[in-house]
Structures are given as C-alpha cells and as structure tokens.
Design a protein around this ligand. Structure first.
Ligand code: FES
Length: 168
C-alpha cells in the first residue's frame, strides 16, 4: 500500500467534488515513494472514484510526476526563458555526460519554477536551488549532500538554496 488510508480518507473529505483529490493524492504518493507506481494509480483512482486510466492520463500530462523510481539524487533544471538564456541547455547537456547519470543520479528539465531571478534555477531532490553553475551542479549530483553546500546564496552561484527553499 502506497497511501496511508486514514490520511487519504481525510484528504478526500476536503473536496466536495471527489475527483478533485486526484492531484493532491498523486503528490502524496510521490512524496512517500518517490514516483507514481501502478499501485499508487490504483489507490488514487479508488479513493477519487475515477477510472485508473483517468489517473494515469493525469500522471502522464504533468511532467512533475515520475513513473519510474528515480536515483537517490535528482536534479531538475529549469529550461524556460530566463534559465535558458543563462545556459540551462548547456548545463544539462554537460551534466548528462557525467559518469553515473541515469544510474546514480538523474538530470531532468522542467518548466519555469518561478525563481527566474536566480537563473539557472532547479530542484535538487525536493529543494529549490540556484543559481546553478556547472561546478556546483556537478558536485551536487556526484556527491550529494546539502543543496547549498557549494556556495552561499548571492554568490557567483554553485547550487545555493533559495531563501525559503521548497517548491514555489
Ligand atoms: S525561467 Fe527558470 S525559473 Fe523562471
């Protein structure tokens, strides 16, 4: 079982339209096991009273949901305008060339994280980081550790945590 039954029941009760709980439950499932498994889809569908195919289509629509168990270290790099202009594509390409990419760590791209003033912005595991540069990002995915270990916020940027970190 992926979801906690008591918590699920409490979450469902918050939504007058039962199917509206699909997204919150999917988030909860991903928080618990790191990705959206088939089992999680089934549990969310049952709780929301919708077909599993509908939940599955929601999962594939939103890029923030993962269908496979990710490596222990995950860096998501924003590829939207401000970050692209700051070199996000080149950063992602360089990181994906590193040994261990795909096995020990993953590098994914995401759309704007609403942290454009800290381009190149990203999410390391569940924490917002930026501005990212190659040296700091490489250390982050290779060695892990605290997202902000490489440089203080406001420096030239090597993976510093954003103030009030976490998802926008
Ligand atoms: S463009 Fe990257 S955070 Fe907005």
């Amino acid at each position: 079982m992926v979801l906690d039954p008591a918590e699920t029941k409490e979450m469902v009760a918050r939504y007058p339209e039962r199917r509206s709980v699909v997204l919150p439950l999917l988030w909860r499932a991903q928080e618990r096991i790191g990705y959206i498994s088939d089992e999680a889809i089934g549990e969310v569908a049952a709780a929301a009273g919708v077909p599993a195919s509908e939940v599955s289509s929601v999962v594939t629509f939103y890029t923030m949901f993962r269908r496979e168990k990710p490596p222990a270290r995950r860096l998501q790099v924003c590829r939207s305008l401000s970050c692209a202009m700051a070199g996000a594509d080149e950063l992602v390409a360089a990181l994906r060339e590193m040994p261990g990419c795909g096995e020990k760590f993953s590098v994914e791209t995401v759309e704007c994280l609403a942290a454009c003033d800290r381009a190149i912005a990203g999410i390391y595991n569940e924490g917002l980081v930026g501005p990212l540069n190659l040296a700091g990002s490489a250390k982050l995915v290779r060695d892990g550790g605290a997202a902000g270990a490489a440089a203080p916020a406001g420096s030239s940027g090597a993976g510093a945590p954003l103030e009030g970190g976490g998802r926008p």
